[in-house]
Write a protein that binds this ligand. Structure first.
Ligand code: NAD
Ligand code: UDX
Length: 480
């Protein structure tokens, strides 16, 4: 099949490369010349596992890049739209990029095409695409519009794309269904999984292919993201209760998640969800519901708990360090989650900004997200309040506390004695629960985490007169 994918960002680039991997001929289109230049040289502009290898494999053969939508429309049977749908000032999804691309497609269409919205969009966007196509001169006989929401996660985008639980297509006619079935057939009939050069360790069960109408497909995407965000907020709320009464959120997760109706995934308490999807999609879904006359206020609670989770974390930093002005803090992790260099809506960046505003001096380390974080925090870095370090131990030199803000594996296997020896005070505040409290206590750290009691290694701390925490406070914390 000849496919074009318009918008070569996280979703578009992964989709384009993976469609080529499935045997299709693909044109990836973007209007960012720097991105195109890099891609043409085989350089992947984002950090995503396996993407460089697959780009190398297909670039110049089944996969090319272009800045021209007219070229893409001419050369392909199926056109996927994967441009951004960011949050607008009103909380709705900003569909300006989708509209611009639709108009451009309409101008160049001369034979039958299938247009597929893969960007995350509010329900009834496919109707708007159809209208816009016609208004801009495309004959309704020359196109169909379908929805094919994308469920990949950053950090595991390639394997999520090639080994999905399900593929959802929303269609209004058999032409669209047949084309999309053909495109995804290697993932649904198992033929892709039987190949020799499989990405190892992914299991090999064929994806469920789910066919709905376009409105349902659009709703499935918003529902999925809102539901997952709700699971995270629910567990963060439970973590707050557990902390106050001496419960342990890890044990609660295990006990609750063993019920197959609930499952353990997306029940990790932490500093709240971030990224370019959940925050904007929950807000946009709330706006959609309001517009159609339903008050989905459960989503308000999901968002409120999420925002509050950052404040709960900052409260712990204050508890541990008392005053914050001029305190030296090492931050481990800037990306919104592990496995990506994406810092969009990263809780870590928000926390760093809040601490800088309170006068802290930050030294940060992230395995891959520092360049993007630098541009996000540009001004602050210029003011010398945030420095980047080349490894976690250098970041921890002479600090009053280490904050763990992204769940990178690297931070879950630190050399604890070495870390301890680097720090001025052995205080670790872990927003991702990467360690068991008893392990940190044995290693001599004051350790705060999420949904579990803080630990204070009394014997060792008594030997450190400069530490701010007195024994009485420690005992009351341990009792709590
Ligand atoms: P992104 O910002 O990384 O990429 C969008 C790309 O579109 C950019 O490269 C931009 O240059 C390009 N673009 C914008 N206007 C264009 C135009 N007129 N012509 C050609 N290219 C144009 O966005 P993303 O993270 O890939 O998200 C894209 C969509 O997919 C969004 O709706 C998002 O909600 C959804 N989504 C994202 C993820 C994710 O993990 N990032 C997962 C599932 C769904
Ligand atoms: C999400 C959806 O999972 C994916 O299906 C959709 O296509 C795009 O949006 P992504 O944002 O890439 O994917 O990452 P995800 O793994 O969902 O994590 C989102 C945020 O939730 C991160 O900040 C992560 O740290 C946080 N999270 C996730 C938790 O706090 N606890 C969890 O249990 C899981």
């Amino acid at each position: 099949m000849n496919i074009s994918v318009i918008g070569a960002g996280y979703v578009g680039l992964v989709s384009a490369v993976c469609f080529a991997e499935l045997g299709h001929t693909v044109i990836g289109v973007d209007n960012n010349p720097e991105k195109l230049l890099a891609l043409d040289e085989g350089k992947v502009p984002i950090h995503e596992n396996l993407l460089p290898e697959l780009l190398q494999r297909h670039l110049g053969h089944r996969l090319t890049f272009s800045s021209s939508i007219s070229h893409a429309v001419r050369e392909s049977d199926v056109i996927f739209i994967t441009v951004g749908t960011p949050q607008s000032a009103t909380g709705h999804a900003d569909l300006g990029y989708v509209e611009a691309v639709t108009r451009e497609i309409a101008k160049h269409i001369t034979s039958m095409k299938l247009i597929v919205e893969k960007s995350t969009v509010p329900v009834r966007t496919s109707d708007a695409i159809r209208r816009t196509m016609t208004l801009n001169g495309a004959s309704p006989r020359l196109f169909s519009v379908a929805s094919n929401p994308e469920f990949l996660r950053e950090g595991s985008a390639v394997t999520d794309f090639l080994y999905p639980d399900r593929i959802v297509i929303g269609v209004e006619d058999s032409f669209s269904e047949e084309r999309l079935r053909e495109i995804y057939s290697p993932l649904c009939d198992g033929s892709y999984y039987r190949r020799e050069d499989l990405i190892p360790g992914c299991g090999a069960s064929a994806a469920h292919f789910i066919v709905t109408n376009t409105n349902s497909a659009e709703l499935i995407k918003h529902t999925s993201n809102a539901f997952l965000a709700m699971k995270i907020s629910f567990m963060n709320a439970i973590a707050n209760i557990a902390e106050r009464v001496g419960g342990d959120v890890d044990q609660i997760r295990e006990g609750v998640g063993a019920d197959r109706r609930i499952g353990t995934s997306f029940l990790n308490a932490g500093i709240g969800y971030g990224g370019s999807c959940f925050p904007k999609d929950v807000l946009a879904f709330r706006a959609v519901a309001r517009e159609v006359g339903y008050d989905f206020d459960l989503l308000d609670a999901v968002m409120r708990i999420n925002k509050d989770q950052r404040h709960q974390f900052l409260r712990k930093v204050r508890d541990a360090l008392w005053t914050l002005r001029d305190k030296r803090i090492a931050v481990f992790g800037l990306a919104f989650k592990a496995g990506t260099d994406d810092v969009r809506e990263s809780p870590a960046i928000e926390i760093v900004e809040a601490l800088v505003n309170e006068g802290c001096l930050i030294t940060a380390y992230d395995p891959v997200a520092m360049p993007r974080a630098l541009s996000e925090l540009g001004l602050r870095v210029g003011e010398n309040t945030v420095r980047m370090a080349s490894d976690p131990y250098i970041a921890a030199e002479d600090v009053d506390a280490v904050l763990i803000l992204t769940e990178w594996n690297e931070f879950a296997s630190l050399d604890l004695p070495r870390l301890h020896s680097q720090m001025r005070l052995p205080v670790v505040i872990d927003g991702r629960n990467l360690y068991r409290p008893e392990v940190m206590e044995a290693a001599g750290f004051v350790y705060y985490s999420v949904g579990r009691a803080a630990v204070f290694p009394l014997g060792r701390l008594n030997a450190m007169p400069e530490l701010l925490i007195d024994e009485a406070a420690c005992l009351s914390h341990q009792a709590g």
